[in-house]
Design a protein around this ligand. Structure first.
Ligand SMILES: Nc1ncnc2c1ncn2[C@@H]1O[C@H](COP(=O)(O)OP(=O)(O)OP(=O)(O)O)[C@@H](O)[C@H]1O
Ligand SMILES: [Mg+2]
Length: 308
């Protein structure tokens, strides 16, 4: 509907309402070029009111202003961006409406066990929290993601014993601090129980009370280190990330982000950080993982609800 460049705010609002009321129309995109007509402020208000009452998806393009007018009205600086965003939202809504595909036979998913693990955590910690290394490994295992063999220990003697069970060479890692290797919390290639005992003493003296324990891991031969991350924004939904991993991950900042569909969602996982996953011709093994669970089922965005 062409209202000409000089349409008043009132006319624009009425046009949005009239279009939205038509059964032939699914979506309304209002394009307004300031400072014509009634000017930016009044036009924004008229669009906002019309969008709230529309009962259908309304987008705005206020040329040159990519500001959100309000929570009901996504707004873009250029019409192409608005149409592109709308196309993504439609594809995403269609994807969410599909019945879940069965996982490939080679990919074993133990969803019941995973849900039980998360529910146990959330009943003990209703606000959610970062999982312990052991629970993290069990949850990843439900989805066929292999963690390197690890034993949680609480002191130098337990660490030495664990290293004998795993067999040399092993890795000793502090539990507690987040960026462990920066503060001497990762010791690679330990060959004897005595070396492990010694390393534990040095580590706990150096890190102090922030270190609540340690894990002893089998040391993997080299491979390519990648990082896999995921976060579940309450207002946005899940976002997945993959990139070059290891201790240089933040420095390299070589990352790709995708909004699912990339794979089936992992339930109530609020944040996930696998860094690194060591990839070789034998497969992929995670040597460092963090998972935060939280009691949030992300609401589908307003836009998606209204598209259906
Ligand atoms: N089990 C292992 N086998 C082989 N190499 C390992 C193993 N564990 C760790 N490494 C090496 O040590 C590096 C640091 O380990 P890790 O990611 O556990 O510590 P980090 O400093 O905690 O990282 P972050 O900053 O993510 O917490 C890895 O990138 C990898 O090169
Ligand atoms: Mg790491």
């Amino acid at each position: 509907m062409d209202l000409t460049a000089d349409a008043s705010a009132e006319e624009i609002g009425a046009a949005v309402a009239a279009l939205a009321a038509s059964p032939e129309v699914d979506v309304v995109l209002a394009v307004y070029t300031p400072p014509f007509g009634s000017g930016l402020e009044q036009t924004r208000q008229a669009l906002s009111i019309a969008a709230k009452g529309a009962g259908k998806t309304v987008l705005a393009c206020v040329v040159g202003h990519d500001v959100l007018i309000d929570g009901h009205l996504p707004s873009y600086a250029f019409p192409e961006q608005a149409v592109q965003a709308l196309a993504h939202a439609v594809r995403y809504a269609e994807w969410r409406d599909r019945p879940a595909e069965p996982a490939p036979a080679s990919f074993r998913v133990h969803e019941r066990t995973a849900r039980q693990l998360v529910q146990q955590e959330l009943s003990a910690h209703p606000d959610g929290r970062w999982l312990s290394p052991a629970t993290t490994a069990r949850l990843l295992d439900c989805y066929g993601i292999t963690m390197v063999e690890s034993i949680e220990v609480d002191g130098p003697e337990a660490a030495a014993a664990a290293s004998e069970r795993i067999g040399p060479p092993v890795v000793l890692k502090a539990v507690g601090p987040v960026h462990k290797s920066d503060i001497g919390g990762v010791r690679l290639g330990l060959r004897t129980a005595e070396e492990v005992r010694q390393a534990y003493h040095e580590m706990s003296a150096h890190i102090g009370p922030q270190m609540t324990g340690a894990t002893v891991q089998r040391m993997l031969p080299g491979g390519v280190e990648i990082i896999i991350g995921g976060v579940n924004y309450p207002a946005f939904g899940p976002l997945a990330m993959v990139g070059m991993g290891g201790v240089m991950a933040d420095l390299l900042a070589d990352r790709a982000f995708r909004v699912p569909p990339v794979t089936d969602p992992l339930g109530m996982i609020a944040e996930l950080d696998l860094n690194p996953v060591i990839v070789s011709s034998d497969g992929a093994t995670t040597v460092d993982a963090r998972i935060r669970v939280a009691p949030c089922e992300p609401p589908p965005s307003l836009l998606l609800r209204r598209l259906r």
